[in-house]
Ligand binder design. Structure first.
Ligand code: FAD
Ligand code: SF4
Length: 541
């Protein structure tokens, strides 16, 4: 075997690929990560709403198409660490019930082939690895956990605390959002995280966000058997004569064509790109795309039904780090609506510059800055259901086409209505019961659905399952039709729940990692949280 042969090649260094790399690193096996992007450059623009949100400086410039052939500019990022470099680091476990079949207003959310209990130890490990801060027992829908959160919950600033108190007073159970940021509130001088307003959607200039580069790829690269090739875009996978094994990986390395091979090949390019890669890799044995005898590759795309709801109150909202509060009381429904509605939380504090990029139907006479100064900026997530026609395909040039028709929208509408209802009940010392009647007599809420281009929560295009006729991957996330091809990004989800996906991707990558270590005859090493944290105090071991 030549120098381009490895024991394991991982394609993509995000939540799935990066986490797996660290899991496999101590095995001593020769591992290569192929990543199409480079490191996010460290520069002041990292924290600039103008560069990041208005100009989309770090987003891919690729143009895909939607189902009508219209150009679609995806809001996604190709860098070491993948989209976790930009994520809001809200690191949730799916609910135990999400692993079973759930009846929604718009249809059925299918059962997973594994149970919550099978993933639980890996959730606990992923929480340690990604330094999650939270408080067990507050979230009424939280599944049973084998350990406390490794770090204490991130505190609310006064405006958010007042809202939390209000929600409690009206009988809800608001809770602290579990967050992967390396913040030490007891010793701010030594804390890596400075609790800034440019976290959700921005790369962290001081490497204090628990992203896959900081918490997984960098530590994996400390092992001499692990290497990373950046600027390496995988264009095609080839199979040998039997069609059962990937025996060559075609890569464009900074524009030049190169070939690599590995005993085990793991695709983790993100749910849309991974499906596209398998479709592009069709050959004589796999005429409809690699591992696609079931015709399931690319199907069942999900991305959550997401909205931003800006509540423009009379009181200003001077909060810096807003993403600390969540409400799950309506996750599974309510008395009046016995179907799941979803999850209420926050985006990072919006500002005038960011609003220029996609201001929800702005009221005349308002400046965007004034709106942003008075807004509470909620993020609402409801589950969308897997549907065969919501899918990734390729056009005649091999470029991505993303077809999607929203489904299961009633629960989301109800969730928005619930938020309006519970917020309007809040009083304040200055305006009494009138604070949430809207700013200067105008409507309280400005809302916007996240459009198709907002593919941040993409998942589900290569779902795992026990039946090769209805799934692409088996329960170990190995392709049913190939002996050495695995997938560990968000594509394996058979359903998406209504909480953010990254912790589930990370936990699953650790689980698949253990299977691969077994297969490679190597031992698992438990993930620890502290090596690169340098947190001084206030840390629960
Ligand atoms: C603004 C934003 C905020 C978010 N906030 C949250 C949050 O608060 N909580 C949460 O849970 N989730 C959040 N997410 C979603 C989260 O980031 C993703 O769910 C997660 O990163 C997906 O992991 P992945 O491994 O599937 O893919 P990614 O992390 O996207 O990794 C895929 C990697 O593959 C690489 N790649 C793609 N194609 C190729 C190719 N052909 N060859 C080689 N490499 C390739 C990419 O460059 C990338 O590095 C957010 C996302 C965004 C964009
Ligand atoms: S310093 Fe803290 S709050 Fe600011 S981007 Fe980094 S992790 Fe996020």
């Amino acid at each position: 075997m030549g120098s381009n042969h490895f024991d394991v090649i991982i394609i993509g260094s995000g939540a799935g690929g990066g986490t797996l790399a660290l899991r496999l690193a101590p095995s001593g096996k020769k591992i290569l990560i192929l990543e199409r992007g480079d490191y996010v450059p460290r520069e002041k623009a990292n924290w600039s709403p103008k560069f990041v949100n208005l100009e989309g400086k770090y987003q891919t410039k690729e143009i895909w198409k939607d189902k009508d052939g219209k150009p679609l500019h995806p809001h996604t990022n190709y860098y070491v660490g993948g989209n976790t470099k930009f994520y809001g680091a809200a690191l949730f476990r799916l609910r135990k019930e999400d692993f079973g079949e759930i009846k929604h207003h718009g249809g059925i959310s299918p059962r997973w082939p594994i149970s919550y209990e099978e993933l639980e130890p890996y959730y606990a490990e992923a929480e340690r690895m990604y330094h999650v801060h939270g408080e067990r027992g507050e979230d009424p829908t939280e599944p049973k956990a084998s350990s406390a959160y490794p770090f204490p919950a991130v505190s609310h600033e006064p405006r958010i605390q007042a809202l939390s108190d209000h929600f409690k007073n009206i009988g809800l159970r608001p809770f602290h959002t579990p967050l992967g940021i390396q913040l030490d509130e007891k010793d701010p001088r030594k804390s890596k995280c400075i609790r800034c307003e440019t976290c959700d959607g921005f790369p962290c200039l001081v490497s204090a966000k628990s992203d896959a580069q900081v918490c997984a790829v960098d530590p994996a690269l400390k092992y001499p058997n692990v290497s990373l090739l950046t600027g390496a875009k995988v264009t095609r996978l080839h199979t040998g004569n039997s069609g059962r094994e990937v025996n060559a990986i075609e890569v464009e390395v900074n524009g030049e064509k190169e070939e690599f091979s590995a005993d085990i090949v793991v695709v983790s390019a993100g749910a849309i790109n991974s499906a596209a890669l398998l479709l592009r890799s069709k050959n004589e044995e796999h005429t409809h795309g690699l591992a696609n005898g079931s015709d399931q590759v690319g199907r069942n795309y999900m991305g959550h039904v997401n909205s931003v709801q800006m509540a423009l109150s009379k009181c200003p909202n001077p909060t810096v780090f807003q993403k600390s509060l969540s409400v799950n009381d309506f996750y599974f429904g309510s008395k009046e609506f016995p179907f799941p509605m979803g999850h209420i939380s926050f985006v990072g504090k919006l500002d005038g510059e960011t609003l220029k990029a996609g201001a929800p139907a702005i009221a005349p006479g308002f400046t965007l800055d004034l709106m942003a100064k008075h807004s509470l900026d909620f993020w609402l997530t409801s589950e969308d259901l897997p549907s065969a026609e919501n899918r990734v395909t390729l056009d005649q040039n091999g470029e991505i086409v993303l077809s999607y028709t929203p489904n299961n929208e009633e629960g989301h509408k109800r969730l928005i209505a619930k938020l309006h209802e519970i917020l309007k009940k809040q009083t304040c010392d200055v305006h009494g019961a009138h604070c949430h009647e809207g700013l200067f007599g105008r409507n309280l809420f400005l809302g916007q659905r996240i459009p198709l281009a907002g593919v941040a929560h993409q998942n589900g295009t290569l779902r795992f399952g026990d039946d090769p006729k209805t799934s692409v991957l088996d329960r170990n996330c190995k392709a049913h039709e190939l002996d050495n091809l695995y997938v560990v990004d968000a594509s394996f989800f058979p359903s998406s729940g209504a909480v953010n996906p990254a912790l589930t991707i990370m936990a699953n990558a650790l689980r698949v990692g253990d299977h691969l270590l077994d297969r490679l005859g190597a031992k698992a090493v438990q993930m620890q949280s502290v090596p690169q944290a340098e947190l001084a105090s206030g840390v629960k071991a």
